[in-house]
Structures are given as C-alpha cells and as structure tokens.
Design a protein around this ligand. Structure first.
Ligand SMILES: [Zn+2]
Length: 265
C-alpha cells in the first residue's frame, strides 16, 4: 500500500484536554513503544488517523526520524517559545535528538542560533546544520557569560532546555529581559536551582513542553518533505542489531538518529 509514517502518540479523544485538542495533556493517552506495544517490530497496530503519507521521493529512514525528537522540538521552538525572526535562541544539548531539531527549526523561524555541545567536533557539525554561534560547555563552563558577550549583554530571547540540573541555573542567567525558557527534559537530573529574582526582575517565563500534537507533526512533516529541515541519521541498523544501536546511544558515540529498520542490510 501507501508509504506512511506513524504518529506514535494519540489521545483518548474523550477527556477534557482531548476535547480541546490538547492531546499532549490527555489523561489516558497512547504512545507506541512506551504506553502501548509497538516500535522495534515488523508490524504494529495503530488507528489509521495516525498515518501520515510520505511523498515518493522521501526516504523511510528520514521519515522515521520525524515524530518523537522533531515533534518535541517543534512544540518547544514554534508553539511554546514562539520564536520569531531575530530572536536569539540558545539550544543547551544541541547535538542531542531534540537539540538537532531545535537548531534547524529555530533557524527556519529566522532566529540567531547559539548551540551548546560537549565537543568541538560536534560543534563543527552543528555549524553546518544552521548554528550561528557555538559554545563548548566543557571548555567554557561559564557559557552563560559567553551568551551575554555574544549578544552585547542583552542575553537570549529563548533557551531550549533538555539537560536539567547541570545547566538549569546558567540557562536562566543566559536569558535576557522577557526571555522564555522552554524545558522538555532533565537528562542530568530533575532538580535545578532557580534564582527567583531573575524571574521577576527580567520578566522571564518558564514553560514546560511535553510531546507534540498531530497538527504540529503534520506541519513539521511538510517542512521536512520540502527539504527545509533534514533529520541527521548517524546509522541505519537492521532489527536484529538493535542492541548495537542502544549501546552506541548509551556511549554517546552517535550524532543524530540511530534508525532501526526491518530490512536493512
Ligand atoms: Zn484524552
């Protein structure tokens, strides 16, 4: 039949949030491979409305990258941060799955993008993907000061946060007046100090983001199919070599997505 990608998340359709179209807040939501069986399999069962047609020229490998990390990045950058042309957007874990999406989407919105990563090698690649400025947060631990210097002391309009504990305090310090911090993860730990004085004096907003809606994914897919943003694939592995991919992810030796396919060589 038709080539499609699956949106792995959907709502119950009946709770007050779903009735308002806010499926990310659903009280009885579905997520293939997480809350429901599916993923890393040859067959999966899902409502037909979850299928999004892939144009003939677009490869499965790239389409498979779109839903989770890119859907999350879209909701953070476009829906919650409301990035507009000229905004300075800092992406804390820019070489991660969500980060690679956030860098490209912020650039697509016309922002000036400051990308943070742990190695110069990753930063070089981030420049080719649309980062205007890069900061190695290992060799430059006072990176919030660097953000202020790069912006003529003004600070960032938006910080895209997925790291949590180890970056939280500096992410807030890096924000300029009226800045928005959008968070969707806490990979280094869930507790981060917040100097409340910055929040009210600089009129900051801290915004949580969780997943994506089907409409957001459709909009993202349209941009991807038109070539305006492109997922980064680190490697493609057959289903029986899934463990190899998991180990590579745990070792942080990947840049971009590990794609698992039922029929790769
Ligand atoms: Zn619901």
């Amino acid at each position: 039949g038709e080539r499609v990608l699956l949106d792995p998340h959907w709502g119950c359709g009946g709770c007050p949030y779903c009735l308002d179209g806010e499926t990310t807040r659903c009280l009885r939501g579905h997520m293939l491979g997480e809350l429901d069986p599916g993923g890393l399999a040859e067959y999966v069962r899902a409502p037909a409305t979850q299928a999004i047609a892939i144009p003939p020229h677009y490869p499965f490998d790239l389409a498979g990258c779109l839903p989770v990390a890119w859907g999350t990045a879209w909701r953070m950058v476009v829906t919650h941060a409301g990035v507009t042309p000229g905004d300075v957007v800092v992406v804390t874990a820019a070489a991660g799955g969500v980060g690679l999406g956030a860098v490209q989407l912020a650039r697509l919105q016309g922002a000036r993008v400051v990308a943070l990563a742990s190695s110069d090698e990753k930063l070089v690649r981030l420049k080719t993907l649309g980062a205007d400025e890069t900061i190695n947060y290992v060799t430059d631990p006072d990176w919030d000061v660097t953000v202020r210097r790069l912006t003529g002391k003004r600070g960032a309009d938006v910080v895209i946060e997925t790291v949590g504990a180890s970056t939280w305090e500096r992410s807030i310090r890096a924000l300029g007046k009226g800045g928005r911090l959008v968070t969707s993860g806490a990979t280094s730990g869930p507790i981060g100090p917040t100097d409340i004085r910055y929040l009210f004096r600089r009129e900051h907003r801290i915004i949580g983001s969780n997943g994506w809606t089907h409409t957001e994914l459709l909009r993202l897919a349209a941009h991807a199919f038109a070539g305006r943003v492109t997922p980064v694939v680190d490697r493609v592995l057959p289903l029986e070599r899934t463990v190899e991919g998991e180990v590579a992810l745990a070792d942080r030796s990947v840049f971009g997505k590990v794609v698992i396919t039922p029929d790769a060589a």
